[in-house]
Design a protein around this ligand. Structure first.
Ligand SMILES: O=C[C@H](O)COP(=O)(O)O
Length: 247
């Protein structure tokens, strides 16, 4: 199975998280981008501060690799205004796809109005500029029934606010890859969690992100029905290099 075009090749660690310097971090992002060009990956998924430099670099290289960035990363608890400001800046910098972290804590505490509002406004902003949006629901923070409810709510809000032609540009995404779990519980895209998302997402595409580490994992996710995989080990998913190794 040729999976290159399913892959959002991802590097999201800040210098504080990786222990690298700013310069080394940018070097990593550049390497990730060169690899994405060489392997014809769908997208590079990077922090907002690199969007402009990397978009300009890809344009100069005549590359079709897309640039995606994360909004409200990684906790999702930022205000709607802060998320929209970050998204607007990313659009001005040339981003192709916006991966928003939904305010899943607000959802868990029952503030559905807040979550609906940010979904509608954030999606509107992206679609207005012709961008794809993805909503990260952080499945490791949710019970199975919360995964089902939040995904179904997103599908309901999409139908109420957007048109059929837009649905392919509104993803539901599983995880940030940064959520801290206890007792070795997986923090990323489990097959079970992703299956629940797929069962409740209606016509919206699903992105599995976090913890997809081997060619088998990738193939299984694609067979389940996902449209995109977010991974910091894109080459390993092609069976190149050691399984699970990457950025
Ligand atoms: O797509 C987003 C994730 O941050 C990638 O997670 P990963 O390092 O487990 O592949």
């Amino acid at each position: 199975m040729k999976i290159n075009q399913y892959l959002d090749s991802t590097y999201l660690k800040t210098p504080a998280q990786s222990g690298l310097t700013e310069e080394q971090t940018f070097e990593k992002v550049r390497e990730l981008t060169d690899e994405a060009i060489a392997y014809n990956f769908k997208e590079v998924m990077i922090r907002p501060n690199y969007v402009k430099l990397i978009k300009d670099y890809l344009t100069a290289e005549n590359s079709e690799v897309l640039v995606g960035t994360v909004i409200g990363f990684h906790e999702g608890t930022y205000s709607l205004e802060a998320k929209l400001a970050e998204a607007n800046q990313a659009v001005a910098d040339g981003v192709d796809e916006l991966d928003y972290v939904i305010n899943y804590e607000a959802f868990k505490s029952g503030d559905l109005d807040l979550v609906e509002k940010e979904f509608v406004e954030g999606t509107k902003l992206g679609l207005h500029f012709g961008k794809t949006v993805k909503w990260i629901i952080e499945i490791a923070a949710l019970t199975d029934s919360q995964i089902a409810d939040l995904t179904a709510s997103i599908w309901k809000w999409a139908q109420e606010n957007f048109e059929e032609k837009d649905f392919a540009k509104i993803f539901v995404k599983s995880s940030t890859g940064f959520y801290i779990t206890e007792g070795g519980k997986p923090n990323g895209a489990t097959f079970e969690g992703v299956k629940i998302m797929l069962d409740n997402a209606g016509k919206l595409p699903v992105k599995a992100a976090g913890g997809v580490k081997t060619p088998d994992d990738a193939e299984k996710m694609i067979t389940l029905g996902i449209q995109r995989i977010g991974t910091s080990a894109a080459k390993a998913l092609l069976g190149e290099g050691e399984a699970g190794t990457g950025y």
